[in-house]
Write a protein that binds this ligand. Structure first.
Ligand code: NAP
Length: 312
């Protein structure tokens, strides 16, 4: 592939609902479009189980299937999808330059940042030590390994409850540890949680230490109100305490807010002209596939408008 072939009118980085929707609109809008989707295109929805709130699908949808459909739709409309990770971007040159982990350079007249978000960790040294050895940020990926065992989930939002429910398919028991006495998760998930006899709720408590030798053996938790600790005899600790924006590649190159989300105006424009951003990378509030898809659409429409303007 020559450098010339790697020039696109629009390059999209990221392959969640925002990236694919942007690709669908950009390609359908007539722009030569590339999407750099990473080694496993699909974003966070690859890690979810069932999606039942994405409009248009009467029955629950498996996240990976929805993403596969978006990928095929983007390709059918002419977007070129590359399974490469962008490792650096140069926004000081025109066209913009994006270098991937394979050392290829893609150039772009307009760029859409849609790299999403990634799971947050508590930051406890013992948690970090056991990541991949019993501490996991992905119940969908690792739940299978805990057939017949007791596991614990840390968190009280939608993800934590979904994870706890999913893990009951394998585990003999799931402890769900939440730092407050009220869950953040939506009502429907809470209903399912209450009805599941395998889940024991532990409120007002945080993860205090992960214990083990070469693998996790237990989790010590601490009640925030009483200060009392309790040791849960579990080889699996699932952390589900939210997400942080995956802005690494744009660090120092685009304006971000205090929480590292990329700042855009109401027309999806980031701080460098010709760069647009969409999806969880700009969204500290909703983090819904449908919202990400909508913002991907906006970013692509604005990018197409921008291409028209620079042609004049
Ligand atoms: P979230 O809504 O931000 O919830 C994070 C949870 O972790 C909260 O309960 C929070 O406690 C707790 N937490 C945060 N930091 C902590 C720490 N250091 N130690 C202990 N606990 C901590 O994150 P999420 O559940 O991942 O959901 C993210 C977004 O995706 C939400 O908008 C959610 O609606 C959406 N989502 C939707 C679905 C669905 O619709 N099916 C599924 C998954 C996610 P506090 O409650 O005390 O803040």
């Amino acid at each position: 592939m020559t450098e010339t072939n790697n020039h696109y009118q629009i390059v999209i980085i990221g392959s969640g609902p925002a990236g694919f929707t942007a690709a669908i609109y950009a390609a359908r809008g007539g722009a030569r479009t590339a999407l750099l989707g990473g080694i496993a295109p699909g974003g966070q929805l690859l890690l979810t189980t069932e999606i039942e709130n994405y409009p248009g699908f009467i029955d629950p949808m498996v996240g990976a299937d929805l993403m596969e459909r978006m990928l095929k739709q983007a390709k059918r409309l002419g977007a070129e999808v590359f399974t490469e990770d962008a490792v650096s971007v140069d926004l000081s040159v025109r066209p913009f330059a994006v270098t991937t982990a394979f050392g290829r350079v893609y150039t772009a007249e307009a760029l859409i940042a849609a790299t999403g978000a990634r799971a947050r960790w508590t930051g406890l040294p013992s948690e970090q030590k056991f990541i991949g050895k019993g501490v996991s940020g992905c119940a969908t990926c690792d739940g299978f390994f805990y057939r017949g065992r007791e596991v614990c989930v840390i968190g009280g939002g939608d993800t934590a409850v979904e994870d706890a429910l999913f893990l009951t398919k394998f585990a003999s028991k799931v402890y769900m540890v939440h730092r407050r006495d009220k869950l953040r998760a939506n009502f429907r998930l809470q209903e399912k949680l209450r009805k599941n006899p395998k889940i024991e709720m532990i409120y007002d408590s945080v993860l205090d230490e992960v214990q083990g030798d070469d693998r996790v053996k237990a989790a010590r938790i601490k009640n925030m109100k009483t200060g009392l600790t309790r040791v849960l005899p579990t080889p699996g600790v699932f952390i589900a305490i939210g997400y942080d924006p995956a802005t690494g590649v744009f660090k120092g190159k685009l304006k971000t807010d205090d929480s590292s989300y990329i700042v855009t105006d109401d027309r999806a424009r980031a701080s460098v002209e010709g760069v647009f951003a969409a999806g969880d990378i700009i969204d500290p509030f909703y983090k819904q596939a449908i919202v990400a898809a909508g913002s991907g659409c906006k970013a692509a429409m604005e990018a197409l408008k921008y291409l028209e303007e620079i042609k004049k």
